[in-house]
Design a protein around this ligand. Structure first.
Ligand code: ZN
Length: 182
């Protein structure tokens, strides 16, 4: 079932989320929560969602970057962002490691800071280790936009939002962003 997405200012978005062990992951309420997170992400729509965004302070994220979301962008924009479709997956208790000294700057937004964007530097390459929705260990190596999504969602579990990392002078409404940055 689709959940309301919590907006910035709610303390749950500033908490350190707690890890979830394998037994709890496999429990019916947790599987229901994961399903609700997927449905909420699809409905928004967004390319990722962290459990605190629906009011649950747990270390769970869901990610899916569908090809259809790329239709509004040009090939040049997609290439510059190194953005490719990413299939649906769940990451629990992620540990994120920055794997290159190279940082790239692009505008990003957040479903919990609705209708705004800002320019955020993110590492180009990251490694994420954690568990999937079956409680099995997974390791992800990502670059480009996928690496950005992973860093953004990981931050949510630490109580951080992109506005903490952005160049504050670039903070913009979505409307102005689309007017000024074709
Ligand atoms: Zn977000």
């Amino acid at each position: 079932m689709t959940q309301t997405i919590i907006q910035t200012g709610d303390p749950v978005l500033r908490e350190l989320a707690r890890p979830v062990d394998k037994v709890e992951i496999l429990s019916a309420p947790m599987q229901c929560l994961i399903q609700a997170m997927k449905e909420t992400m699809w409905a928004a729509p967004g390319v990722g969602l962290a459990a605190p965004q629906i009011g649950e302070s747990l270390q769970i994220i869901v990610i899916e970057d569908k090809k259809e979301y790329h239709q509004g962008a040009t090939q040049e924009q997609l290439q510059a962002r190194e953005r490719f479709p990413v299939p649906l997956h769940v990451i629990i208790n992620p540990v994120l490691t920055i794997e290159s000294a190279e940082y790239v700057q692009f505008y990003e937004g957040c479903l919990s800071v609705k209708d705004f964007v800002g320019m955020v530097p993110r590492a180009r390459n990251v490694k994420v280790e954690g568990l999937n929705e079956k409680g099995e260990p997974i390791t992800i190596r990502a670059y480009g936009w996928y690496a950005r999504i992973l860093q953004h969602e990981f931050d949510h579990l630490q109580g951080m939002l992109y506005v903490d990392r952005m160049d504050t002078r670039t903070f913009s409404t979505m409307e102005n962003y689309f007017m000024n940055c074709p």
